[in-house]
Design a protein around this ligand. Structure first.
Ligand code: F6P
Length: 331
């Protein structure tokens, strides 16, 4: 069936660069003579038939804006088959031939459910977590790393000045990519993430050892991915080991990692993927995600995408542990 009209939505947690992807999709669609609709507020907006026609005017200049002009949601309704069927009726009634869905793991599972009902979909990886296989980088990851890295470096200044230790909690529910990249690029002392869940007890003992024997300092920055523990609990577990010898402060970075102007790299990845999503639909590709590998666009069917978990390579984990274990390997 020839594709004449497509729709785009952003879904789940927003991520910097989603707007650039929307802009690129609209520009490519219009250049190829397609009609393009925007679906507001992700799957919730789809179920409410909250659709808007998109034009070049509507997307001009948005590549620099954080958030997403279409809004987003985490839809509970859409998890149920009856609502997925209802969404299909809305899609059919609006003559939409294919959907492009920008979001993370949950959102792309939703896209897969729609494709099983018969509507062609293409997913784009839009999440700060970088936890999707089928792509080197997800849209928003680089910006989140920049924000976290700058914050960690600032906290490092305070740790040195006050000779105290800080636990800095970063986002990444099931994945350590943000902690790993932000920790490595900010010179953090310890990097703790789900794929490298160093115990608070070990860190406490290591801090004591460094204080007494090695560097004669208490200053330390511990980057902790939220997927391991919350920062306050983890800090308390370190205090249980170090007692009054070392002050342990906590800083939770939270949502600032998801907002703001996307970095040039995120804007590039988003623009590249948005363009290729439309081109691939027109070439007959469907029911999978478009990712970036080197400077190539790659297509991964949903069943392959979800059968592989994206984890940091062992070599990067070892690199993180060179600093983590410095002087403490025998503990
Ligand atoms: O998936 C992106 C993410 O920012 C995670 O890193 C974080 O755990 C989660 O979303 C927060 O979700 P919510 O916006 O629902 O609080």
């Amino acid at each position: 069936m020839a594709i004449k009209r497509i729709a785009v939505m952003t879904s789940g947690g927003d991520s910097p660069g989603m707007n650039a992807a929307i802009m690129s999709i609209v520009e490519t669609a219009i250049a190829r003579g397609l009609d393009i609709l925007g679906i507001k507020r992700g799957y919730e907006g789809l179920l409410d038939e909250d659709l808007v026609p998109l034009s070049l005017d509507k997307v001009r200049g948005i590549a620099f804006k954080g958030g997403t002009i279409l809004g987003t949601s985490r839809s509970k309704r859409f998890l149920k088959l009856e609502w997925q069927r209802y969404a299909l009726d809305i899609i059919t009634a609006n003559d939409i031939d294919a959907l492009i869905i920008i979001g993370g793991d949950g959102s792309l599972h939703g896209a897969w459910e729609l494709s099983k009902l018969g509507i062609p979909t293409i997913g784009l990886p839009g999440t700060i977590d970088n936890d999707l296989s089928g792509t080197d980088f997800t849209i928003g990851f680089d910006t989140a790393v920049h924000v976290a890295r700058n914050a960690i470096a600032k906290i490092g200044d305070i740790a040195k000045t006050e000779d105290t230790a800080f636990v800095v909690e970063v986002m990444g529910r099931h994945s350590g990519f943000i902690a790993l990249f932000a920790g490595l690029t900010s010179g953090a002392d310890f990097i703790v993430f789900p794929e490298n869940p160093i115990s608070a007890e070990f860190i406490g003992k290591c801090l004591l050892k460094r204080q007494s024997a090695l560097r004669k300092t208490s200053s330390s920055v511990i980057v902790l991915a939220e997927g391991v523990s919350d920062g306050f609990t983890y800090a308390q577990e370190i205090r249980d080991v170090v007692g009054n010898n070392i002050t342990i402060n906590v800083s939770v970075l939270g949502y600032i990692q998801r907002g703001g102007v996307p970095t040039a790299f995120d804007s590039f990845v988003a623009t590249f993927l948005g363009h290729h999503a439309v081109e691939m639909l027109l070439q007959g590709k469907k029911n999978g995600m478009v990712g970036i590998h080197g400077l190539d666009a790659i297509f991964t069917p949903y069943e392959d995408l979800f059968s592989t978990k994206s984890t940091p390579p062992a070599s990067l984990i070892e690199l993180a542990n060179l600093t983590n274990m410095c002087g403490c390997r025998d503990i």
